[in-house]
Design a protein. Structure first.
Length: 159
């Protein structure tokens, strides 16, 4: 299965956004940064910069589903936020960038396990970046298994 190239993954929270990336083949995933939330425009400017610096071909956004897999108010808020991000990316980059939703359940727990393996780096980056890496790894592994993007994606038309 071919991969779209480098990806950026986001673990979106109310106070922080974890950011992770991968190589163009989807083999190596690494936590990248934590964005401490400011205004929506400041957040989007920072995320647009990351997509450019990392030459991202798409953005994977962690979707906060309930433990039973159902969608909650937080899920709806994340979907709305991601649509606004997709619009901001299209405006800033002069072309749309796909935004893919992926299940983030238990990503924080898995992130803590990863952080225990590299405590010095983990302390400098923070749990949110590692949670984004867990989301991205899960997405890439599912793609390798041929799984569908069952939580949807945003594909805006060119303006």
């Amino acid at each position: 299965m071919s991969f779209p190239g480098k990806l950026i993954a986001l673990d979106v929270g109310l106070a922080r956004i974890g950011v992770a990336t991968c190589d163009p083949l989807g083999i190596a995933v690494r936590p990248l940064a934590v964005v401490h939330r400011g205004s929506r425009q400041e957040d989007f400017d920072r995320l647009v910069a990351f997509t450019g610096e990392e030459e991202a071909e798409a953005v994977v956004v962690g979707l906060p589903l309930s433990m039973d897999g159902s969608e909650s108010e937080q899920t709806k808020m994340t979907r709305t936020w991601a649509l606004r991000l997709a619009r901001a990316l299209r405006t800033a980059r002069k072309e749309p960038l796909p935004v893919i939703f992926w299940d983030e359940r238990l990503s924080s727990f898995a992130a803590q396990e990863l952080m225990a393996d590299d405590p010095k780096r983990a302390q400098s980056l923070g749990e949110d970046a590692y949670a984004a890496a867990v989301i991205l790894r899960s997405y890439l592994d599912a793609r390798k298994r041929g799984e569908d993007e069952r939580w949807g994606r945003i594909e805006l038309p060119k303006k």
